[in-house]
Design a protein around this ligand. Structure first.
Ligand SMILES: [Ca+2]
Length: 224
């Protein structure tokens, strides 16, 4: 499938005939962990970013999290990392959560929270800006999918940070846009931008029982 290739501010952005775009990392440089989110699937170093073409009015990336306890767990904050390859800095997005079905995330989110913040335009995709959104998201026992949704026509050149480090355990990551009939798992996509995807940078801060959430502890729980 042919690709349209753009070189923007030194950042290579591939626009496939589908609706997803990638911000390719310049290198896999070691970077300090961001003090954002308590449970994460990523390793703290950003390799790339996933976006959508600006003709789309809606685009969503979600990642699996598992509540291993028998009780619901309240998530008080969701941290998401974004990369802006060019353009204006203020962004609007939603934190979204979907229940798990046998074939992946459900069709309709069971939770939506508004998020916004400033994302610096960068020349490369090996770092991003971490934005924290207060939530009252309650994860039921078992699997849920939590992620970010935005309007690519209004938030142009926005990408969610992604991890392709080999040492990172692969997470289930799904995406869809306004024209999609359903979800596509990144590992099942033929789109080469998702090759080697391990996780996206969406992190959860539980209110209690943080040990019940799958993922790696990224920072000590805050005093309450
Ligand atoms: Ca990484």
């Amino acid at each position: 499938m042919p690709f349209r290739k753009f070189l923007l501010l030194g950042l290579c952005v591939l626009l496939p005939e589908g609706s997803v775009v990638a911000a390719e990392a310049a290198s896999e440089a070691e970077r300090p962990r961001e003090p954002c989110g308590e449970y994460q699937r990523d390793d703290g170093t950003v390799e790339t970013g996933f976006g959508f073409v600006p003709t789309q009015a809606s685009g969503t990336y979600v990642q699996v999290f598992e509540n291993r306890s028998e009780d619901p767990v309240t998530i008080r904050e969701v941290c998401a990392c974004f990369i802006k390859s060019r353009g204006e800095q203020e962004v609007d997005f939603d934190i979204v959560a979907y229940r798990a079905t046998e074939s992946g995330p459900s069709a309709i989110p069971f939770y939506v929270a508004k998020g916004q913040g400033s994302v610096a335009a960068r020349r490369s995709a090996d770092a991003g800006d971490f934005l924290t959104t207060p939530t009252e998201l309650v994860l039921p026992p078992g699997r849920s999918y939590v992620g970010v949704r935005w309007d690519p026509s209004a938030n142009r050149f926005l990408h969610v940070c992604a991890d392709s480090s080999e040492a990172v355990e692969s997470s289930q990551v799904y995406y869809r846009d306004g024209a999609s009939k359903g979800w596509t798992e990144t590992t099942a996509s033929r789109d080469p931008i998702f090759r080697n995807n391990r996780a996206i940078f969406v992190r959860l801060s539980p209110q209690a029982a943080p040990q019940s959430i799958s993922g790696t502890a990224s920072s000590p729980p805050r005093p309450r």
